[in-house]
Design a protein around this ligand. Structure first.
Ligand SMILES: C[S@@+](CC[C@H](N)C(=O)[O-])C[C@H]1O[C@@H](n2cnc3c(N)ncnc32)[C@H](O)[C@@H]1O
Length: 363
């Protein structure tokens, strides 16, 4: 109930409207960035930056006309997009030339230069996919229907995995810092299996570092495996990496190898949501792991809504929201441990770094 005047819990209605306006602003910024990625405007500006003779590029200047010409875009639509992009602070008017625009400070590194460590373009494109799927999402609130992620356009799935594998190298660093003894043995002639390797972006970081290790990547997504194969071929790593389009259960039936390290990174929540299926998949993994091997599972732990008052992690919740159309089912620490201890595995240890964590699971 409203207390006296316009104040409720110390917040005025104007302040609350301010937050709402900020959200509209943020929402439009994401739409503009996502559309810019999908239309190819940021790619065009990236290529333009790369062809420059300058040593270090920090911003990029352009005219609307060159974008229209090079990308064959409608001047009418581009004009609207640019108005909004300026209003959202992505570009500024550049006075040094006629009818020119310039990327606002740091925008080049954040959204144009995909080689930058600060690059966030893929996340922006993912937000755009989320916006595009609102109608599907809304219709399903009543039916609870879901869709197989493999029915979404492969380029969207690929982009989703670019985002989900951001931090793949950090994951490996956390493993090598906290499991140093194991890592020393593993790096000499280990055998590594990635279940749900998707487009191969995680494997890239591991294969590069562990030159004496043999790798197997499996996934049920044919597009992911086809792209992963291309990536491994491009790097010349075919003799160390085997990629197979197969489910973990079918692979376990034919595989005779025992692995030192098996990794599932952001896979469990997306597997068939039937708990028995997941338990059996973990049992299959158990049989493929050496007795002194480690299973590492990277999953966003999402607590029950009413237990989570002090520990809401926005990006983990965003992951849950983004995965609603696929019917993904997540765990919190307790339910995850319950699942693991209902299998033959004996120990599940949560290894936490500064901003990431994984579970080290052993026999
Ligand atoms: C969200 S992606 C994660 C990709 C990557 N591991 C990462 O870190 O981002 C989940 C992947 O698991 C795969 N997957 C789901 N169920 C699987 C199963 N039963 N066996 C093998 N792969 C599976 C999906 O096809 C998808 O490529």
């Amino acid at each position: 109930m409203m207390s006296e005047g316009k104040k409720e819990k110390g917040v005025t209605i104007e302040e609350q409207i301010g937050k709402y306006h900020q959200s509209i602003f943020g929402f439009n910024t994401m739409l503009i960035l996502g559309a810019g990625c999908k239309i190819g405007i940021f790619d065009y500006l990236y290529e333009k930056g790369k062809s420059s003779t300058q040593d270090k590029i920090t911003s990029i200047t352009f005219t609307p006309e060159e974008i229209i010409l090079n990308l064959k875009l409608s001047p009418f639509y581009l004009d609207g997009w640019l108005h909004m992009a300026v209003a959202c602070g992505i570009f500024e008017l550049e006075d040094s030339c006629e009818r020119c625009l310039i990327s606002a400070p740091h925008i080049y590194d954040l959204f144009i230069n995909r080689d930058s460590m600060f690059y966030k373009g893929n996340t922006a494109a993912l937000m755009n996919i989320m916006a595009l799927n609102q109608e599907f999402l809304i219709n399903n609130f009543k039916t609870g229907n879901t869709k197989d992620y493999r029915d979404f356009p492969p380029e969207d799935c690929k982009n989703g995995q670019v985002v989900s594998t951001i931090g793949g190298a950090k994951f490996e660093q956390l493993f090598s810092n906290r499991k140093a003894d194991f890592q020393m043995k593993f790096m000499n002639n280990g055998l590594f299996l990635e279940v749900g390797c998707g487009y191969g972006f995680n494997l890239e970081a591991w294969v590069k570092k562990y030159e004496k290790v043999k790798f197997v990547g499996i996934d049920i997504d044919p597009n992911g495996i086809a792209e992963a194969k291309k990536l491994i071929q491009k790097k010349g790593w075919e003799d160390r990496v085997e990629l197979i389009e197969v489910s973990v259960s079918d692979y376990a039936k034919t595989n005779s190898n025992k692995f030192d390290l098996i990794m599932l990174k952001q896979v469990l929540h997306e597997m068939d949501s039937n708990e028995n299926y997941r338990r059996q998949a973990l049992e299959d993994i158990y049989t493929m792991l050496k007795d002194d091997g480690i299973l590492i599972i990277g999953e966003n732990m999402i607590p029950d809504l009413f237990k989570s008052r002090n520990e809401v992690n926005f990006f983990q919740i965003l992951h849950k929201m983004l995965d609603l159309p696929f019917g993904s089912r997540f765990y919190d620490d307790d339910t995850f441990k319950e699942l693991i201890y209902s299998t033959s595995f004996k120990k599940a240890e949560k290894i936490e770094g500064d901003d990431i964590y994984f579970w080290a699971i052993t026999k």
